[in-house]
Write a protein that binds this ligand. Structure first.
Ligand code: ADP
Ligand code: 5GP
Length: 202
């Protein structure tokens, strides 16, 4: 286990993971988010290269064929994937990378990087999840219905995750996410070299 933090954050659509990760990154500038590639169209306000790399299907096929994606999945009818090359760059420039990905992607990253820490964000209830998805106002009705339908299957996979955070009160949920990041970097295996260096130093 090296000192570099791989933090996976997953939730059903609308539970609040994007909002929580934004706050985490503001508090910890040494962490960077992995900007995913997606074939879905940008929402109003989303910026290419910041929120996602928005790519055509043919380009996504190419990335899969070239082996540039360390994980990818079809989610709610679109494809999403993480570029290996960008994760490598993150390792050179930051102390940790945050993957905001779905359950299938979380499983793949956990398999490839066993010391990755996975957090699942739960909504307090199905009613609140629906209110948040609608309140965000970014999706058409059929898209909302599809995402709500998929939410049950996603929550059923909670057993893959190391931590469950219930996003009821946002400030509390953000504090818990920060707490997970802080506790993870202090794990013995990540700090053992420091202890050994201290012992050797006199
Ligand atoms: P996700 O990334 O999981 O799809 P978002 O972060 O986009 O979800 O959040 C969905 C909507 O819910 C947004 O409008 C966001 O402002 C709102 N939201 C997130 N967390 C809370 C919370 N704890 N209380 C109330 N509204 C929230
Ligand atoms: P949205 O369309 O709401 O931005 O994202 C839909 C779902 O796709 C969310 O669960 C989000 O976490 C997931 N997702 C975003 N990027 C990736 C990625 O690179 N890989 C995988 N597997 N899922 C992703």
């Amino acid at each position: 286990m090296d000192g570099f933090l791989h933090l996976i954050v997953t939730s059903p659509s609308g539970a609040g993971k994007t909002t929580m990760v934004r706050a985490l990154l503001e508090a910890f500038p040494q962490l960077v988010q992995s900007v995913s590639n997606t074939t879905r169209a940008p929402r109003p306000g989303e910026v290419d290269g910041r929120d996602y790399h928005f790519v055509e299907h043919a380009r996504f096929d190419e990335m899969v064929a070239e082996g540039d994606l360390c994980e990818w999945a079809e989610v709610h009818g679109h494809r999403y994937g993480t570029s290996m090359s960008r994760v490598r760059l993150a390792r050179e420039t930051h102390r940790g990378v945050v993957f905001v990905i779905d359950v299938q992607g979380a499983r793949q990253v956990k398999a490839a990087i066993p010391d990755a820490v996975a957090v699942f964000v739960l909504p307090p209830s199905w009613e609140v999840l629906e209110q948040r998805l609608r309140g965000r106002g970014t999706e058409r009705e059929e898209v909302i219905q599809r995402r709500l339908k998929n939410a049950r299957d996603e929550v059923a996979m909670y057993g893959l995750f190391d931590y469950l955070i219930i996003n009821d009160d946002l400030a509390t949920a953000i504090e818990e996410l920060k707490g997970v990041a802080r506790a993870t970097v202090a794990q013995r295996a990540r700090r053992a070299q420091r202890a050994e260096a201290l012992l050797r130093s006199g």
